[in-house]
Design a protein around this ligand. Structure first.
Ligand SMILES: [Zn+2]
Length: 376
């Protein structure tokens, strides 16, 4: 297997091509053109939202996708303080073990927004079972190794779009981080079409019924627009300042496992089995790329941290062995646990967090059986 000399992505990574110099297309910035177009559109929609006055057609100026994490709490507080009338929309993801529930409670008490909790356990579980169990297309497109995770997010973004459309809310605020820009569409019709392309008409109708048709045939001016505030203001992103501001306002209690998805082990199983890489490979490769370019680089990325020096290929191959062994029911759980704790600590996890996540990996087969996901 050949690995990119700049970032350690493998030549089989979906949607990535190698040049004669041994560098991958992300290191060669082939994606730059597309990124630039996306950033320009994202900035325009963000500026438009900031300038917009009260929504004359309804009681809310925006639907804010609120997870309870630090990024979205900070931005929610900011928009409400600036006078926006906000519906804070939380989708209760049944696979999240730590709900950031404490922070959500603090926000409810202290931020004058209208808080709405939505859920559809049966629907989202049905969709996840489908995405895990069906065969994948090779060689695959950019981010296909993360398809179950991307689909989960798209599922509840569509629920939010439907809600905003029905309640005549013109903007949907999504606190996605800059690495997600290549896959997140600002145009809501494209979000819906993307879901159709992946899941087909039958399942889409089953999950969203007639609501999808209404969206596809609506007038452009009646459709909400998606705003990505953290992408539009990416050069100002400073998590330490945000956390101290939130703490000063009593809006944040830190936890080593702010939001943790119970499906992380299965997400890794999916990416190893189908594409030979770990789930966080793009994030880790982007970190390696930045460190190489700038020796003093220590800026936090949005979703996860990596140590400055990281033998990514080695960490990944250890993780591959243990994940596939657990999935196959082979080997000793105690050995797997120790191997996993070592791997996560090499990835900069705190000891408690490393132990917690290791134990979730050992539970992989039980979670899969529960959800009707086949491991083979
Ligand atoms: Zn590369």
């Amino acid at each position: 297997m050949r690995y990119c000399g700049g970032c350690s992505l493998s030549e089989e990574h979906p949607g990535v091509e190698f040049g004669p110099d041994g560098l991958c297309s992300l290191c060669r910035l082939d994606a730059a053109e597309e990124l630039l177009t996306n950033y320009r559109y994202t900035n325009e929609v963000y500026q438009e939202f900031r300038r917009s006055g009260p929504n004359p057609r309804g009681e809310f100026d925006c639907l804010f996708m609120y997870s309870g994490g630090k990024d979205s709490t900070w931005m929610l507080d900011r928009f409400v303080s600036e006078g926006k009338r906000v519906m804070a929309y939380t989708f209760d993801i049944p696979f999240e073990s730590e709900h950031a529930a404490q922070n959500l409670e603090l926000a409810r008490e202290r931020i004058p927004a209208t808080f709405v909790l939505d859920s559809d356990d049966a629907g989202i579980t049905r969709m996840m079972r489908e995405v895990f169990n069906r065969p994948v297309e090779k060689p695959g497109k950019y981010l296909d190794e993360k398809l179950p995770c991307v689909s989960c997010r798209t599922f509840f973004v569509i629920r939010a779009i439907i809600r905003a459309y029905r309640e005549r809310i013109p903007y949907i605020i999504l606190c996605a981080d800059p690495q997600q820009i290549l896959t997140m569409e600002s145009n809501v019709r494209e979000v819906v079409r993307g879901f159709y392309r992946v899941f087909g008409e039958r399942l889409t109708d089953e999950l969203f019924r007639g609501d999808i048709e209404d969206l596809l045939f609506a007038e452009d001016r009646d459709l909400p627009k998606i705003v990505f505030p953290f992408i539009a203001t990416r050069h100002e992103y400073d998590p330490d300042t945000m956390i101290s501001e939130l703490k000063a306002k009593g809006l944040y209690q830190s936890s080593p496992l702010e939001t943790h998805c119970k499906l992380l082990p299965l997400l890794n199983y999916y990416s190893f089995k189908n594409y030979g890489c770990m789930f966080y490979k793009l994030n880790a490769a982007s970190h390696v790329r930045s460190v190489r370019r700038n020796k003093d680089y220590d800026r936090s990325t949005f979703s996860i941290k990596f140590p400055r020096t990281l033998d990514l290929v080695d960490v990944e191959s250890s993780l591959r062995r243990v994940v596939l062994a657990i999935a196959a029911g082979e080997g000793e759980p105690a050995d797997h646990e120790q191997t996993l704790i070592d791997i996560f600590q090499r990835l900069d996890a705190e000891p408690d967090a490393a132990r917690f996540v290791a134990r979730q990996f050992l539970d992989m087969r039980a979670v899969a059986a529960d959800m009707g996901i086949r491991l083979n």
